[in-house]
Design a protein around this ligand. Structure first.
Ligand code: PXL
Length: 274
């Protein structure tokens, strides 16, 4: 059985980050440990006055303890980080507790629609780019890829050359495999591009009307669970895309539910297909 540790924040309310990763990765039958990067009362998208406790300085003590206890992991899966200094700690942690041939999966959760999330700046982007350069798998959306590479963000109307340039440059940066999310070449299509350094493959669904918060975290969690249980990157990305669409659809009957999506209702889609 695999053991994975996920490094991201605890947004106490908000259906994102650790509150998504724990149930989803666990649904694959994978033991899921956590290293919280920060504790917030809610996520930062659309709430005002949220609390924020930065846990950067707790991190080294936590993974050094694991190392002393000879606890190690098949994968480290990182998401939203509370501070640029956490990148050095994650790399040290990987050198101490990631198994030989273990996977570093990095979701550079920091931007959407061409804008950085509240609280992030260029220095943070530079450190996230450095973390991506060490990753076995990176899972940026187009905004995050553009920030990391200092490329122009194009919201719509881009072509395959634009998408494949982002994939190839992320690979040239050092990321061994690239899963670029939020890709669509027409108004009714949305999906992913998967690049292993040789070929770019696409997987699309019909685009849902609603833009929803936390879907990047849901995608990355399904992808990570599927990958460590033996699926190929393409199959894991396709499953993650399908799950994310179903979670958005499961929320469609409740227009007042705006801060996240009801992924809980879709967990059987994972367990029924194991
Ligand atoms: O869903 C990404 C995410 C995770 N954690 C926090 C966030 C966001 C996006 O805004 O604010 C705290």
């Amino acid at each position: 059985m695999s053991r994975i540790v996920t490094v991201q924040d605890i947004s106490c309310v908000g259906q994102c980050s650790i509150t998504v990763a724990l149930p989803i990765v666990s649904a694959f039958g994978v033991e899921t440990s956590i290293l919280p990067s920060a504790v917030l009362s809610t996520h930062t998208g659309g709430f005002k006055g949220f609390t924020f406790r930065d846990l950067t300085e707790d991190m080294p003590g936590i993974y050094r303890h694991w190392h002393a206890e000879k606890i190690d992991f098949d994968a480290i899966y990182t998401g939203y980080l509370g501070n640029a200094r956490q990148v050095d700690y994650i790399l040290e942690m990987a050198s101490m507790v990631l198994k030989k041939n273990g996977l570093l999966i990095v979701d550079p959760a920091m931007a959407d629609y061409g804008k950085l999330y509240t609280g992030f700046d260029d220095a943070f982007v530079a450190e996230m780019a450095r973390l991506c350069s060490h990753a076995d798998y990176v899972l940026p959306n187009i905004s995050e890829a553009a920030f990391i590479l200092k490329e122009k963000y194009v919201g719509e109307g881009y072509d395959r050359a634009y998408v494949e340039n982002l994939c190839k440059k992320l690979h040239a940066l050092g990321a061994k495999n690239v899963i670029l999310t939020g890709v669509g070449f027409s108004a009714d299509q949305l999906g992913v591009a998967v690049y292993d350094g040789k070929t770019v493959e696409y997987y699309f669904n019909k685009r849902e009307e609603r833009n929803s918060h936390g879907t990047g975290d849901i995608f990355a969690s399904v992808f990570s669970g599927a990958l460590v249980t033996g699926r190929t990157a393409y199959a894991a990305a396709a499953l993650a895309a399908d799950f994310t669409v179903k979670a958005i659809q499961a929320t469609a009957d409740d227009p007042t539910h705006t801060y996240g999506v009801k992924f809980e209702k879709v967990i059987p889609f994972i367990t029924d297909n194991l």
